[in-house]
Design a protein around this ligand. Sequence first.
Ligand code: ADP
Ligand code: ADP
Length: 590
Amino acid sequence: MLTMTAESPTTEKTVLITPYGGSLIDLMVADAERAELRAYANTLPSIRISERAACDLELLATGGFSPLDRFMSEADHQSVIDTMRLANGYLFPIPVPLPVDEEEVAKIKIGRDIALRSSSNELLAIMNVEEVYRWNVDEVSLKAFGTLDLRHPIVSEMNSWGKYNISGPMRVLQLPPRYDFKSLRFTPAETRAQLEQFGHKNVIAFQTRNPLHRVHEELTKRATVEKDGVLLLHPSVGMTKPGDVDHFTRVRTYKALAQRYYDPDRILLSLLPLAMRMGGPREALWHAIIRRNHGANHLIVGRDHAGPGNDSNGQPFYGPYDAQEMVENFSEELGVDAVPFQKLVYLPEEDRYEEVTKVTKETKTASISGTQVREQYLQNGRQLPEWFTRPEVAEILAETYPPRYRQGVCVWFTGLHNAGKSTTANVLTTLLQEFGRNVTLLDGDVVRTHFSEGLGFSKEDRNDHVRRIGFVASEITRHGGIAVCAAVSPYRATRNEVRNTIGSDNYIEIFVDTPLEICEQRDTKGLYARARRGEIQGFTGIDDPYEPPQHPEIIIDTLTHTPEENARKVLNMLIEQGFVRTEAPDLRAN
Ligand code: ADP
Ligand code: ADP
């Protein structure tokens, strides 16, 4: 249990700020007990927890959330959303619940132990369930996050959580296993031990969920100099805002920067398995508590810290400097100072960065937004300028976000049997290779002889067939290839499913709009005739529906145009969209 009183003996010797509440919570079972408890846990009913809850469990277990030592009880949960404090009075602005649904509640008995497993079924902890309570999603959304708007990522996510929370003391058998960047992952105790070696009392933490550009480098360096301390570069790598750059890419940029552009005696790069809520000001204060537990007594808080983006009216959920204000208001009580920054901008004429409030209106400034980075630079294969991003970082981003002509795309032909899908798709496949693209043709008829072998023509089988082609196409596109697919794919819903797995930006649907009478006249394999005679059942167009696409990217007409003309029409669209480059690369440009 946590104690409100003085520091623990282990932290007294250090020069660093003590953990919040005096000592780090540690829920890990001792090595000697582990095997026995594991065997015991395997006899218990278990529930699988979400990726988010697993991140929370990790920070509870290692003391990142000290003095909180469990998923929140009803009293803590209520107090946190109402007052930003735990029931015992410690500041804690963000709810950390363990939600379960009704089915799981049925397995749980108050006073009994339950095993908690990760989503991939790894045994993580044993909880002695003390409480099961209902919670109200709208109340939490409004009180903790200030909105009911489903554009807020956590509000939208919370709506799918179980309606009950459970709480009780936990014995943690293992942290969620992580295999990536192991040498950069440190628990709060390990982080403290490392920081102590630097010999500075001041530790300035920098939280981030984005690739770091020159502005970030500038503000972290300024803060470190100003406070004469060591920088704890502490990116969140648990869950961040949906759509963010993946953490693999981000961490590669952090490593490159930390190695090359910072004084090694003044920086510690450590990854934080935090599942962010994008809760703006409340989240900023939470970040300060978590960083204190890792040994930091300063937190850099810039513009729109942990901001969730805009609401459904296009307005920001929180004011751009609300987060700074919040951390400043509590900095004395918490012992963590906010190092505030106004928005930094680049002054091209002086080749330096400055806070926007410190430059006159006449001064020329430059900045590039995240959207511009993607749309104007990465998508076109343009290198980001050096004033904006270090070349090592630009290179890593360029690898992750190749220009369109190196991105994958799926070209999906749909239409009746004999409409002309295969014929056109074959011509297109050849043309694309002329322009140096790697293409795989997935022809429904051919696929039915290998990975769809054994599937028939019932609705379920047809859907399976389409989904299998879709799966392979999505892997091809994910790896930068072009998948040309030709399949009747008669049902709209299944086609849309495939579009969604691949993503609309890299998906082109082509409706081969040949009237049934014409297809029937073509009857290359005599199938229409057999269907008419009733020898084949469930034949699309005869006794099974074909649902034409409502918004195909292209409609082709095989009566007025030849297969080659139609294939070129598709090729032209691919060229227009940048997926195919017609000119030889100009190497002199670099
Ligand atoms: P987060 O969502 O946690 O705020 P970011 O990676 O976007 O993650 O930002 C990390 C920190 O850097 C935040 O404190 C943010 O306010 C600050 N920051 C980002 N861009 C700027 C900028 N151009 N000027 C000043 N501060 C910034
Ligand atoms: P699907 O793949 O849609 O079942 P196929 O391409 O296998 O159709 O068959 C279409 C038949 O129609 C072929 O025999 C093809 O030669 C003939 N055909 C006639 N005109 C065209 C055209 N303009 N485009 C495509 N196919 C055509």
